[in-house]
Design a protein around this ligand. Structure first.
Ligand SMILES: Nc1ncnc2c1ncn2[C@@H]1O[C@H](COP(=O)(O)OP(=O)(O)OP(=O)(O)O)[C@@H](O)[C@H]1O
Ligand SMILES: [Mg+2]
Length: 226
C-alpha cells in the first residue's frame, strides 16, 4: 500500500496531473462554501473510489488546504491500509460513543496536510450509524477544522450508505472503472443519487489503459455534468 502512497505523492505522475483537473472542476462547483465536502462513490465495488479519494486529498493538501478523509465505508473501508495507520479508533467507534463536548481526534498521515478518520471496527449496522444524529453532529464538529472533507463511500448499487452520506456533502463524484461498470448500472447509480437530490459534480473515468507502461498510469477523467 505504501506503493500507492508514493505514487500519489509523486507530482510528475499522470495520476497527479489528472487529479489536478478534477480538483479544479470541483473548486468551480462550490466556490462559496467555507469547507468543501465531497463524496466519492461508484456503482460497484473496486472501481477505485478509495484510491482516488487519497489522490484527491494529496492534491488538495499540496495546494495548501487542510484535508480530512472520512472513511464512510465501515464494511470494507481500506483508507487505513493506504495510509498504513491503525483502524481501531475510527468512525464506527466514534458513532457508538458519547461525543458530547469531545474533541474528535483524527489521524495525521504521512502526507503533509492530510488527516484521516478511518472506518473503524466493522459494526453490524453501518447504514443506521451513518443515518444517526451523531453522524450529523460529527460532521458539523469536524468541518470547523478542515478546508476540505472527502467522504469515501461504498458503492451505490445494493447499499444505502452512499445515499445517506449525500445529505452531509455539497457534491458527489462517481468513479467509473473502464470496462467494468455496465452503462445500465451507471445510469441506475446516477438515478439513485438524483432521487435523493444529490448534486453530482462529475464522473471520474478510472483504470483506463494507456500506451505507456506502469500499473498506475491507468487513469483518466471526464465530466458529464456541471
Ligand atoms: N487508476 C488505477 N490504476 C490501477 N489500479 C488502480 C487504479 N485505481 C485503483 N486501483 C486499484 O484497484 C483496487 C481497488 O481500488 P480501491 O480500493 O480504491 O477501489 P474502491 O472502489 O474503493 O473499492 P471498494 O468498493 O472495495 O471500496 C486497488 O488495488 C487499487 O490500488
Ligand atoms: Mg473503497
Amino acid at each position: 500500500m505504501i506503493e500507492e502512497l508514493e505514487l500519489l505523492s509523486n507530482p510528475k505522475s499522470r495520476v497527479a496531473e489528472a487529479i489536478k483537473t478534477v480538483r479544479t472542476n470541483l473548486e468551480f462547483s462550490s466556490a462559496d462554501a467555507k469547507t468543501q465536502k465531497i463524496m466519492l462513490t461508484s456503482s460497484v465495488p473496486a472501481e477505485g473510489k478509495s484510491f482516488i479519494a487519497a489522490c484527491l486529498a494529496e492534491s488538495y493538501a499540496a495546494s495548501g488546504k487542510k484535508v480530512l478523509i472520512i472513511d464512510c465505508d465501515m464494511r470494507r473501508g481500506r483508507q487505513y491500509e493506504i495510509f498504513g495507520v491503525p483502524n481501531s479508533k475510527g468512525l464506527s467507534n466514534l458513532l457508538i460513543s458519547d461525543l458530547n463536548g469531545v474533541k474528535i481526534k483524527t489521524i495525521k498521515t504521512k502526507l503533509e496536510g492530510v488527516y484521516l478518520l478511518p472506518g473503524g471496527t466493522i459494526p453490524p449496522n453501518p447504514s443506521e450509524l451513518l443515518e444517526s444524529q451523531k453522524m450529523a453532529d460529527l460532521v458539523e464538529n469536524l468541518e470547523k477544522d478542515y478546508d476540505i472533507i472527502l467522504f469515501d463511500c461504498p458503492p451505490v448499487i445494493g447499499l444505502s450508505d452512499a445515499m445517506i452520506v449525500t445529505k452531509y456533502v455539497d457534491t458527489s463524484v462517481i468513479v467509473v472503472a473502464h470496462k467494468v461498470t455496465p452503462s445500465e448500472l451507471l445510469k441506475k447509480t446516477v438515478k439513485t443519487l438524483e432521487s435523493v437530490n444529490a448534486r453530482i459534480s462529475g464522473i471520474i473515468y478510472n483504470k483506463v489503459p494507456t500506451s505507456s507502461s506502469g500499473y498506475y498510469d491507468h487513469y483518466y477523467n471526464g465530466y458529464y455534468n456541471d
